[in-house]
Ligand binder design. Sequence first.
Ligand SMILES: O=C(O)c1cc(=O)[nH]c(=O)n1[C@@H]1O[C@H](COP(=O)(O)O)[C@@H](O)[C@H]1O
Length: 288
Amino acid sequence: MGTASFGDRLAAEFAAGRHLCAGIDPHAPLLAEWGLDDDAAGAERMGREVVAAAAGLAACVKPQISFFERFGSRGFAALERVLADARDAGLLVVADVKRGDIGSTFAAYADAWLSPGSPLEADAMTVAAYMGFDTLSGAFPHVREHGKGLFVLAATSNPEARDVQLARRSDGRTLASAMVDDAMHWNAEHAPGAAVGSIGVVLGATLDLGAFGIDTAERGLGPALPVLAPGFGHQGARIEDAGRLFGGIGHALLANESRSILAGGAEGLSARVRGRADAIAAALAGGA
Ligand SMILES: O=C(O)c1cc(=O)[nH]c(=O)n1[C@@H]1O[C@H](COP(=O)(O)O)[C@@H](O)[C@H]1O
């Protein structure tokens, strides 16, 4: 039998009541707060502590590549060890790399982050499809055959994204809602019987999704659309409101918090992760 799809693996997490995505964002001030140096070893230490705390409680971890990349090859080596820990802990890993390029180049990014056995292998990656949804096609073999996933930026949590993502295409849809449609259609076409698709979208929890033309009232046909939702915690959205914010498209929600989990030092990290994991489970169990 083939490898379980990313969507199936997400579905198993949701069935176990896990919807939290714990961010691994070793900002310099947070490293200082943890008593760690602002270097690759510090970032690795924080990353591995988050993995240890998240195991069994969170559905996934999301390392933000920039915080490792700033240390060059040492940073990448540190990240490889964090990824290995996460795999050993049974956590899904969403590599927050936000890659996007012409198709042939994007395919190499997909190989770097999603091909089995790659040093930086993750389970899914964040991608920008502003050069056209089909530029992502180099990742599709990894999605179809290797159980990998993508999260396509659709309506991002940062306020300055509105000018771009609210822009209307020639067919009248906003850029954000077209990204949602494209991901949904891909899942419906390639995994029509799946409970959860393998291609998801990023929707900021800080937003009024209706303003983007994204209908949260209905779930749509086909597999549930995975939604990676940053913006909880530090950026102001409350995880307790997740059911109301995402409504019918929140069936396959991964709620991300990074700084709000990391702030406060290594002490209390497990309790903070548990608190957020319990809160998102309760919010979604309560319904929209
Ligand atoms: O793709 C992302 O993860 C992402 C998309 C988005 O719309 N907004 C957003 O904040 N993010 C990421 O989610 C994390 C949010 O971190 P906190 O604001 O500290 O919880 C950061 O790693 C961001 O890069």
